[in-house]
Ligand binder design. Structure first.
Ligand SMILES: [Zn+2]
Length: 68
């Protein structure tokens, strides 16, 4: 028999799973977008861009993260 406490616990678990699943989906979407962007930039131009901050030459300046 289901007690009110078990129902509350179940609701909390379902809510947590829903939130975690949504965050994973967001990460997947942003990863796909940046991957597509990188492909397009490499297709359009093979020229390397110089990073204004660290001076490193990179294929896609928007995907570059400066090393510190
Ligand atoms: Zn840089």
């Amino acid at each position: 028999m289901l007690s009110p406490l078990k129902i509350i616990l179940l609701a909390v678990v379902v809510g947590a799973v829903f939130i975690i699943a949504r965050q994973f989906r967001k990460k997947d979407e942003s990863g796909e977008i940046s991957a597509n962007k990188q492909e397009k930039t490499t297709d359009q131009t093979t020229e390397l861009q110089k990073c204004p901050d660290c001076g490193t030459y990179v294929a896609a300046i928007e995907d570059h993260v400066c090393e510190k």
